[in-house]
Design a protein around this ligand. Structure first.
Ligand SMILES: Cc1cc2nc3c(=O)[nH]c(=O)nc-3n(C[C@H](O)[C@H](O)[C@H](O)COP(=O)(O)OP(=O)(O)OC[C@H]3O[C@@H](n4cnc5c(N)ncnc54)[C@H](O)[C@@H]3O)c2cc1C
Length: 380
């Protein structure tokens, strides 16, 4: 893989930079710069702007509305969005359920759901985890029972990100309780306006409302909302998780946070100079920067391999672990660099620090990713 930027790539970078500068609404940019939580309308407004330009789903095949960009161009695109303080596109529709529908869904599902993701008519959320089933996801107990031309779903999902904004949820549910646990699971698309679906907020340690419980009580879903084959859900669920892990590394966002960290460290006085000039602190920043730069190349290599095999593969576990460790290291350094100000638990540094504790847990905890790597690489 050629990692150097060609003149064409540099022109592409200019094009994206100019687009973000011209099109990103100032109010959204301000929220991003100040670390203020975005609302539903902010995400939708930006997604519509990207979609109108044909850039909401760069990784999709062109025939469904994706792009024919190279891996390097996709990388540049992510970088420029982060540098310009544009919100990241929410992954649940574009990067999670869409690849499953494209690879395993029916033609009707592709025709119905993909355009609605591109137009932001549908906001998806991910219904995997349950109160008793997180790391051991295959033990899930939400049931989907056939009744005539419907499934009837009962159960509870938890930690569901931004479910308060969603009108669609993809659910892992047990359709055959007699089968071996991985075999009896199906992947079902559920309209959240169906009677029997309840969303309850969960407050996080940073005081935010990012996650929710979603309860299903006799929720009737047409049989055609099953993706692929009944009992095949575990295969699709794992495929989706690999896509999710790659996305959680947040490389472009980490570069942006690193810039902010350097700014804070340059403003903070320490023993007659600035913190940035203090050898010890500067060394710790440099160590994170080196790790992050190495990760960005590893991620590009993995994306290049993925475009050939159509599946992210084992690297996604390594990328998830390293990317989230880097995010946590940067937000810790920001806390330290912020000094007295960081003691205010509503300060931006403190909020970021608290918020980023989640990243080593979600998308399959880092301990579980190490188990996956150990099993596959060491043949355990
Ligand atoms: C902010 C946030 C957003 C989330 N969003 C969503 C969402 O939108 N949709 C969704 O479905 N889920 C979501 N999740 C859930 C997330 O996927 C789970 O929290 C995660 O899989 C861990 O499951 P658990 O919380 O049940 O912890 P547990 O599985 O109970 O694990 C507890 C601890 O034990 C460790 N552990 C467990 N098993 C092992 C093992 N075999 N070996 C070594 N260590 C182990 C874990 O690493 C962890 O540290 C979200 C979570 C968070 C924090």
């Amino acid at each position: 893989m050629d990692l150097s930027f060609s003149p064409e790539d540099l022109r592409f970078r200019e094009e994206i930079r100019a687009f973000v500068a011209a099109e990103l609404p100032p109010a959204i940019k301000h929220k991003m710069q100040a670390g203020i939580e975005l609302e539903r309308d902010d995400y939708v407004a930006w997604q519509k702007i990207l979609s109108a330009r044909g850039w909401l789903a760069p990784n999709w095949p062109v025939e469904y509305g994706g792009t024919d960009w190279t891996i390097v161009q996709k990388h540049i695109f992510d970088e420029e969005l982060a540098v310009g303080f544009a919100p990241r596109s929410l992954p649940f529709g574009v990067s999670m359920v869409a690849p499953v529908i494209i690879n395993f869904g029916s033609e009707e599902q592709k025709q119905r759901y993909l355009p609605r993701i591109l137009s932001s008519e549908d906001w998806w959320c991910q219904g995997y985890s349950e109160p008793g089933s997180g790391s051991d996801l295959a033990s899930l107990s939400t049931r989907a029972e056939r009744d005539g031309d419907s499934y009837v779903i009962n159960g509870a999902k938890t930690w569901i990100t931004l479910a308060q904004y969603a009108n669609m949820i993809f659910v892992l549910a047990r359709t055959d309780p007699t089968a071996k646990k991985q075999k009896g699971i199906s992947f079902i698309l559920v309209d959240m306006t169906t009677p029997g679906v309840t969303v309850r907020p969960i407050e996080t340690i940073d005081g935010g409302h990012e996650i929710n419980e979603v309860i299903f009580e006799n929720v009737r879903v047409p049989l055609e909302n099953l993706v692929g084959t009944e009992g095949g859900g575990w295969t699709y669920a794992k495929f989706l998780l690999e896509h999710e892990r790659n996305g959680t590394a947040g490389v472009a966002g980490s570069f942006q946070m690193l810039d902010r960290l350097k700014e804070i460290a340059s403003e903070q006085r320490y023993n007659g100079s600035t913190l940035m000039q203090s050898g010890d602190f500067a060394k710790r920043i440099a160590e994170v920067e080196v790790r992050l730069t190495a990760l960005s190349f590893t991620q590009m290599r993995a994306l290049a391999a993925e475009s050939a095999t159509k599946s992210p593969g084992l690297e996604s576990s390594y990328i998830k672990i390293t990317g989230t460790e880097i995010q946590q290291a940067i937000t810790e350094l920001m806390m330290e660099a912020g000094g007295y100000e960081s003691f205010d638990d509503r300060s931006r540094n403190a909020l970021l620090y608290f918020n980023f504790r989640k990243t080593s847990i979600y998308a399959g905890s880092n301990e579980i990713q190490r188990n996956i790597l150990a099993k596959r690489m060491l043949g355990l």
